[in-house]
Design a protein around this ligand. Structure first.
Ligand code: TXA
Ligand code: MG
Length: 361
């Protein structure tokens, strides 16, 4: 797929990666992730290019984490603020010492239990990690994915890979190669298609530079599982100022469909949907257990029945938001889920998607 792309340099008056100036043609190839494709992807990474690839959580947009100019391209392609740090992905535990300092026994206990897997550890960074990769912070976020394709790609590339989710900034995270193309076609070199991602929500981000450790973002590894190893674990408060200080990425509206999103308790769902329909709105609903005001669904009402099982719900979540956007609804009404286990990660994403301002800093 070819398309004209206006690639910009960092805009000095604004810290967001902007697509302001034309910089050339980018052809985005999409390949089933076989051996030849992984080899080609690794060559692109080594040459400083951008490759989207599947992990067990969501698709990531990867570049050589130690190559500053390659990493800058990630921010530009995603239109992501330059002060929002990236996660660095490794394939072998030996790579951790290249990136992080002060690796305590607690770190080894966590990596032994949860790596490879959806746990990201925030640690003091070494000088080898460019500050562009860490958004100017002196800490680095590291994870070892369990997806075999991801690990093979890192191994063949011969470098740690910096990779945020492969969506345009603020949009729902991609769980298929098609989602990546919807957001980034013409902006990146290659998408490795490894099918839908099995977990569907991003990794848990755990800050180990404070005591007790703090979960900056709930994700694939649950609070309960971390407590088994660490004892006390704090959860980042949703208060805007604390969140912004600890984790720059939390300042912005995230995971957001184009439609307005309303997060509603089961008991109120039916009435709210009815009122929206009476107001002439096109309504999308992600329902789990409630009854709906009109059935069968009409042209103004699109209904997605979400699974009761929280793992299946997480797998379906971002695709469902994109699907309702494709129906061009005005409002998406989502029934709340219980905040335990993976339900914490799901509610975190839904709350952020429901914020109506881009920033609350
Ligand atoms: O599952 C995942 O974590 C996926 C896959 C691709 O690995 N990646 C991902 O990356 O979700 P991203 O960039 O979309 O989200 C990373 C989050 C952001 O909120 C960022 O602010 C935070 O992690 N983060 C990264 N480095 C950090 C650091 N040094 N200190 C605090 N927060 C950090
Ligand atoms: Mg993201």
């Amino acid at each position: 797929m070819w398309c004209l792309l206006a690639l910009g340099q960092r805009n000095s008056t604004n810290d967001r990666g902007t697509l302001s100036r034309y910089n050339g043609l980018v052809r985005t190839a999409v390949l089933p992730a076989d051996e030849a494709a992984i080899e080609r992807a690794a060559r692109i990474i080594r040459a400083g290019g951008l490759v989207a690839f599947p992990t067990e959580t969501v698709y990531g947009l990867g570049a050589d984490a130690l190559n500053e100019s390659a990493v800058r391209k990630i921010f530009i392609a995603k239109e992501r603020p330059f002060d929002d740090p990236l996660i660095v992905h490794i394939a072998h535990i030996q790579q951790l010492a290249l990136l992080a300092r002060h690796i305590s026994q607690r770190v080894w206990d966590l990596t032994e239990r949860f790596w490879p897997g959806p746990l990201t550890l925030v640690l003091p960074k070494t000088d080898r990690v460019p500050s562009t990769t860490t958004g100017g912070l002196d800490t680095v976020a590291v994870r070892m994915p369990s997806h075999l394709l991801a690990r093979k790609l890192i191994e063949r590339s011969g470098c740690p890979i910096a990779a945020p989710s492969a969506n345009r900034f603020g949009r729902p995270s991609p769980t298929t190669a098609q989602h990546v193309l919807e957001d980034l076609d013409g902006r990146i070199d290659l998408v490795l298609d490894g099918g839908p991602t099995p977990i569907g929500v991003e990794s848990t981000v755990l800050d180990l530079t404070q005591d007790p450790p703090m979960i900056l973002r709930p994700g694939g590894v649950t609070l309960e599982a971390l407590q088994e190893i660490l004892g006390e674990v704090r959860l980042l408060s949703s208060s805007a100022s604390e969140a912004a200080k600890r984790s720059p990425g939390t300042r912005w509206r995230h995971y957001a469909p184009q439609a307005q999103l309303l997060l509603v308790e089961s008991a109120k769902l039916e009435q709210i949907v009815r009122e929206l329909l009476e107001d002439g709105k096109r309504v999308g609903v992600m329902v789990r257990q409630s009854h709906l005001p009109c059935s069968p669904p009409s042209s103004v009402l699109s209904v997605i029945h979400m699974p009761l099982d929280l793992s299946e719900y997480a797998r379906r979540l971002f695709a469902a938001l994109r699907e309702l956007d494709a129906h061009r609804v005005d409002v998406i009404v989502v029934e709340t889920v219980e905040e335990r286990g993976l339900g914490r990660a799901i509610m975190d994403r839904l709350r952020k998607a429901a914020q109506d301002e881009k920033s609350h800093q």
